[in-house]
Design a protein around this ligand. Sequence first.
Ligand SMILES: C[S@@+](CC[C@H](N)C(=O)[O-])C[C@H]1O[C@@H](n2cnc3c(N)ncnc32)[C@H](O)[C@@H]1O
Length: 381
Amino acid sequence: MTPEARISAAIEVLDRVLEGQPAEQSLLRWSRASRFAGSGDRAAVRDLVFDALRRRNSLAAAGGALTGRGLMIGLIRLDGRDPAQVFTGQGHAPAPLTEAEAVGADDTAAVDLPHWLLPLWRGALGDDADLMAQMMTERAPVWLRVNPRRGDRQQAIASLAADGIDAVADDRLQTALKVTANERRLSQSTAYRDGLVELQDLSPQLACAALPLSPGQRVLDYCAGGGGKALALASRMQPLRMTAHDADPARMADLPARAKRAGVKIEVATGVTGAFDLVVTDVPCSGSGTWRRTPDQKWRLTRAKLDEVIAVQADILRKAAPHVRPGGHLAYMTCSVFEEENGAQIDRFLQQSGFTETLRQRWTPIDASDGFFLSLSRRDG
Ligand SMILES: C[S@@+](CC[C@H](N)C(=O)[O-])C[C@H]1O[C@@H](n2cnc3c(N)ncnc32)[C@H](O)[C@@H]1O
């Protein structure tokens, strides 16, 4: 596909997203109907769509309309190029610009967040709100977690390099590597296939590294999902009696294979009984800290959905807390930056429970990578 044809495809996908279809679904529909598109084309169209969704408001302002065409015109214009050179109507290029599109608008005040969210965003981030909103319009870096069960980070860097993937160590954490080139080759790489590295953002890695662990302890990952946190903890400390649980057990379907690849033991449980030294609740949330990776989520969130997820978080805390043994710890995690899901949620829990908070930390792209929150508390007795 020519670069112009890729723009036409992105316009088609974006129009469906703007009608309410989730971005992944819309991309899948396009790629199924476009057998001629190779993997490079699909990756390029995906990048265009996600870039546009990260900066939806400012691109629509620069392109003169909140439509697929408007977003692509805005993207090209804000890149310093002339959209008339791309919108030629030749071959598979999009139709030439209308008079209004050719003039465009320039609204440098547009913020790439839904209007209703601005007070929440500003309340949560204070002086960092504008910088964070800007950072959330950029692509997120890819981070890897080195699995000490399979090797150290020098071995991981060398193995990745042999597969043409560049990664650099990070001072903040022994296990963290930032990928600097050829991230798309990761899933085929030897280091990944042999369990030497796992995909995990720096911020949740820092949160997992902050949890208290001793050999032989019983740990429950109450909202295990695909097992990112369970795997990080089991890889950090062996032996560990790690149990994974999720309200939707189907979400843990890949966990046994991932644990095998990582060389760790994780028991997948459908129900939870007994008491644990550490209970981790990596709860469902707005995902506001990860909107660089899932930009359509920020436009799909509503006040009602946020209230719903906040109620689920409170319910999970209430159900998970009794599984902490006296003197044991409860870790509450979200990938959100909003106070209502983080500090305010945990404050309400602490008021009604026999737990004392020992650590509270939030990471953002300013000091780490994705927005992520951790509260750790100890059961008093
Ligand atoms: C943020 S995701 C977990 C991600 C996972 N820990 C990881 O690192 O890959 C939240 C998970 O909570 C689960 N969940 C939702 N409601 C729950 C409940 N009431 N009890 C337990 N798990 C729940 C969801 O099915 C989802 O898999």
